[in-house]
Design a protein around this ligand. Sequence first.
Ligand SMILES: Nc1ncnc2c1ncn2[C@@H]1O[C@H](COP(=O)(O)OP(=O)(O)OP(=O)(O)O)[C@@H](O)[C@H]1O
Ligand SMILES: [Mg+2]
Length: 121
Amino acid sequence: MIEFQGVSKWFGTLKVIKDISATVDKGTTIVLCGPSGSGKSTLVRTVNRLEPIQAGTITVGGTDIYAKSVNVNALRTGIGFVFQQFNLFPHLTVVDNVMLPLRRLRQQSAQGGAADSTSDA
Ligand SMILES: Nc1ncnc2c1ncn2[C@@H]1O[C@H](COP(=O)(O)OP(=O)(O)OP(=O)(O)O)[C@@H](O)[C@H]1O
Ligand SMILES: [Mg+2]
């Protein structure tokens, strides 16, 4: 479960995330929608600690991910996302792109799926 509690973030004087509180339950799928520039990507990036927050807490599986004791590299092996900018490998399929970190870092294998997941980067 991902839990946002009173999360706020500024870029300089621009307050991009304004006191967000929400939960995303394990196994659920949510859609975050809003106008361009409303902070969707910034909010997603906070879950991987790519954007520091100035107020509130974000917990993933009960762990406060902005706690000083959290190993950010270990944290990121358990939280995956695809960047909005084109940071995918063009020679791989969509499935292979998504699975690459799981296969490389977590030694997981393909479990079915429609695409050919046998290639590697
Ligand atoms: N690194 C940054 N430094 C300064 N301002 C930023 C930075 N990243 C984003 N912003 C600003 O924060 C606001 C939210 O941007 P964000 O990219 O999160 O919006 P978005 O909802 O994902 O937009 P889009 O629908 O266009 O993808 C925008 O005003 C943007 O210009
Ligand atoms: Mg965006």
